[in-house]
Every structure is written in structure tokens, then in C-alpha cells.
Write a protein that binds this ligand. Structure first.
Ligand code: DGL
Length: 261
């Protein structure tokens, strides 16, 4: 039986993490779940985040023989990991903004994340531990998250709008930590807005390495399994979403059993 990997986010952002994991573990069976009924997570309270994430992840863990859970969402990871780990007896991996590697190469760092992530004590502790002498500027934007969602269903990113959002950082940062899993999908556009010299760092590859390390490798059959994808609400963009997921190796969208938000 293949390893079953459950990847969770509020939307399509977790696909940036999925791509990295799939690259390292191509023979696993992937279950991707996103809570679009409650999107965007960056605007939710901690208790709602914990309740929704725990409910959805537990539901899928009883439906599939999941070997590892990846919370591919920085916003959720800042609060849900302790309760999920208490509840489940399999490894749960979260996503942490890549402050540590950024601080090794720069002292003009910008952390780009959701409004919730930039407020959390978890984020401040991370900066305090790993970037004590660096000047870390914080910017939380839900609009950027929406722009990444739109791009994934074929809408062009408006570079002027992006420039406006990033304007407080012009000439102030040389390295940006992409502290939201949606943002790697905007890398080219961020470079267009801020110039090619800007260094963009995300945590995708590090998470993939961690997942590979935690999954005890057995003898796997040379089969590429079709992934399954679940969401919590219907979308007017269903056709475009299905085509995005299909290109990445998933079957059509299925619906989670969850009351409407
Ligand atoms: N992709 C998510 C993150 O990494 C959440 C974005 C949102 O729903 O606000 O934080």
C-alpha cells in the first residue's frame, strides 16, 4: 500500500507545498483538502481555526489510512498544531515562515504573510529566536492571498495593485520570507513589482524534506496514484479549479461533510 499523505489549507496555497512533497515522494497517495467555506483563514479567530481544521483533518483521517498530515497553511499552523497532535497518533507537520534561513543571508528581511500570522506571538517568538539582530518588517495582506487564488483559476495578476500593496517595502528589504503558502504562486509577479534582485524564500522544500524523513520508507510499487481533493463549499470556479487540480494529478473535486460556514 502506498504512503497516504494528507495536505490541508484554506485554499489552493497548500498546492505550493504539495508540489515540493510530490517531487520528493512521487509514489505516495495524496489527499488534498481545503476549507474554502471559511476562506480566508487570515481573517479568522484562533478558536474557529482550531475547530475547523481539527474537524476536517479528523474526518479525512477516518476515511483514509493517512500516514502523515501536513498543515500546509502558516496561519493555521501558528495555532492548531498542539491540539491536532494531541488528537492524532500520526505525525503532523506544520509550516513555519522561513525566518531562520532568511536571517542567515540578510538583515533587511520582510515577512509577507496573512493579517493573522503577522499578529501571532508564535511569529514574534520565531523572529526573536532566529533573527535577533535582523530588522524584520511585517506585512499582512489578505488581498495577496486572493490574488494567488485568482491566478490559479486563470485571472491575471495586476502588477500595479501588487506594487501598491508592497510599496511600504520599496528599498527597505532585500529578502522576503513568503510566510503564506499561497505566495510562492506569486513569485514572478513579486519580482516584477520589486525588481529581480529581491530574494524570495519559502518553506516548501524544507517541509518536503521533513515529510520524507518522518515517513519510514518501505518497498513501494512503481505506481503513480491519482490524488483525491476535497473542499468544504461549492465554487463558481469549479471547472477552472478542477482543471488546475487535474494538471497536478488529482481527480475531480469532492465535498467534505461539513456544515456551511
Ligand atoms: N495559505 C494560508 C497560509 O499559509 C492561508 C491563507 C488564508 O486563507 O488567509 O497562511
Amino acid at each position: 500500500m502506498p504512503k497516504h499523505i494528507l495536505i490541508f489549507d484554506s485554499g489552493i496555497g497548500g498546492l505550493s507545498v504539495y508540489k515540493e512533497i510530490k517531487y520528493q515522494l512521487p509514489l505516495a497517495k495524496y489527499i488534498y483538502a481545503f476549507d474554502n467555506a471559511a476562506f480566508p483563514y487570515g481573517e479568522l479567530t484562533e478558536s474557529v481555526l482550531i475547530e475547523r481544521t481539527t474537524h476536517i483533518v479528523s474526518q479525512l483521517c477516518s476515511k483514509f489510512p493517512i500516514d502523515i498530515v501536513v498543515i500546509a497553511c502558516n496561519t493555521a499552523s501558528t495555532v492548531v498544531l498542539p491540539s491536532l497532535r494531541d488528537k492524532l497518533d500520526i505525525p503532523v507537520v506544520g509550516v513555519v515562515p522561513a525566518i531562520k534561513p532568511a536571517a542567515l543571508v540578510s538583515n533587511k528581511i520582510g515577512l509577507l504573510a496573512t493579517p493573522a500570522t503577522v499578529k501571532r506571538s508564535y511569529t514574534y517568538d520565531l523572529i526573536k529566536s532566529f533573527a535577533p539582530i535582523s530588522d524584520v518588517l511585517l506585512l499582512g495582506s489578505t488581498r495577496l492571498v486572493e490574488m494567488a487564488e485568482e491566478k490559479m483559476v486563470g485571472v491575471d495578476v495586476n502588477i500595479d495593485e501588487l506594487k501598491e500593496i508592497l510599496s511600504p517595502w520599496e528599498n527597505k528589504v532585500d529578502t522576503i520570507v513568503l510566510g503564506c503558502t499561497h505566495f510562492p504562486f506569486l513569485k514572478n509577479e513579486i519580482k516584477k513589482a520589486l525588481g529581480n534582485k529581491i530574494l524570495l524564500i519559502d518553506s516548501g522544500e524544507a517541509i518536503a524534506r521533513r515529510v520524507k524523513q518522518l515517513l519510514k520508507s518501505g518497498k513501494e510499487e512503481m505506481i503513480i496514484y491519482e490524488g483525491e481533493v476535497f473542499c468544504s463549499a461549492s465554487s463558481i470556479k469549479e471547472e477552472a479549479l478542477n482543471s488546475t487540480f487535474k494538471k497536478l494529478g488529482f481527480s475531480s473535486l469532492q465535498y467534505l461533510d461539513y456544515p456551511k460556514f
